[in-house]
Design a protein around this ligand. Structure first.
Ligand code: 13P
Length: 269
């Protein structure tokens, strides 16, 4: 059984709900029939209208964040149940902008994952090292800590839908992309870590996406890597032509890979 291929767009704090509807109407015919699963993480205010627009299409609408509580006196926060009712099928959790601008910890992200699972929303958990961490040879340590904290004690049934997105912080919005060798190496390392936490069988099934300066020009080469199951695009997903080109270029069958028992080499700086 081949792992599916996913292409996710993260709009961040861009596009009103009117702009979102126009975008989805333009995107839908361009990506109809492509083999990749197409996901769009839109702002909260666009979830309801975007899901209505995407209803008869192969586009899944999701959110970019949620609170870890079911409900409560948390002014300005959004609960998973609210997202679900508005039409969100998935939620990005632990994006580096949430971690670094809004101070979200590994512990909070873990709680959000548990909540998303209880509220029946597919969690897409973002991980990645900063430039400083990479420079000081901390990449593997940081990634491992983020994965252990995210995945330990997550109920087994949740793991059928959970996805991981590896996004090196220094590659987000900068135009800098790790080499293909570095991407494969760190994705393989992620899969090894997941295997240690959850076992090799689960690890071979969990999709691991790459994010950070994804463009139509690099999409095909990145998804061709053994341990890459898709892409998470930020800036390029704001433009219908660019995002549909990423989806087209990435859409290809991928065969499942067993978790290899080889020792992982140090990630190059
Ligand atoms: P860019 O594609 O703009 O680098 O953003 C990546 C990202 O943060 C997606 O979540």
């Amino acid at each position: 059984m081949a792992r599916k291929l996913y292409v996710i767009g993260n709009w961040k704090m861009y596009k009103t709900s009117r702009e979102a509807s126009a975008y989805i109407e333009a995107l839908a015919p361009l990506v109809e029939g492509e083999s990749a699963c197409v996901y769009l993480a839109v702002p909260f205010t666009s979830i309801a209208s975007a899901s209505a627009c995407a209803k008869e299409t192969n586009i899944v609408i999701g959110a970019q964040n949620m609170n870890d509580a079911r409900e409560g006196a948390f002014t300005g926060e959004i609960a998973g149940l609210m997202l679900k009712e508005a039409g969100a099928g998935f939620v990005l959790l632990g994006h580096s902008e949430r971690r670094h601008i809004f101070g979200e910890s590994n512990e909070l992200i873990h709680k959000k994952i548990l909540r998303a699972v209880r509220d029946d929303i597919q969690p897409v958990v973002c991980i990645g090292e900063t430039a400083l961490q990479r420079k000081s040879d901390q990449t593997q340590k940081v990634i491992e800590e983020q994965l252990v904290s995210a995945l330990e004690a997550v109920p087994k049934e949740a793991l059928d839908s959970l996805m991981i997105a590896y996004e090196p912080v220094w590659a987000i919005g900068t135009g800098k992309v790790p080499t293909l060798h570095q991407i494969q190496e760190i994705h393989h390392f992620c899969r090894q870590c997941i295997a240690q936490i959850l076992g090799a069988r689960k690890a071979s099934k969990i999709p691991i996406l790459y994010g950070g300066s994804v463009k139509p020009e690099n999409a095909a080469d990145i998804v061709a890597l053994d341990d890459v199951d898709g892409l998470l695009a930020g800036g390029a997903s704001l433009n219908v032509e660019a995002f549909s080109a990423i989806i087209r270029n990435a859409s290809k069958e991928k065969t499942p890979k067993k978790v290899r028992k080889t020792t992982i080499k140090r990630v190059k700086k």
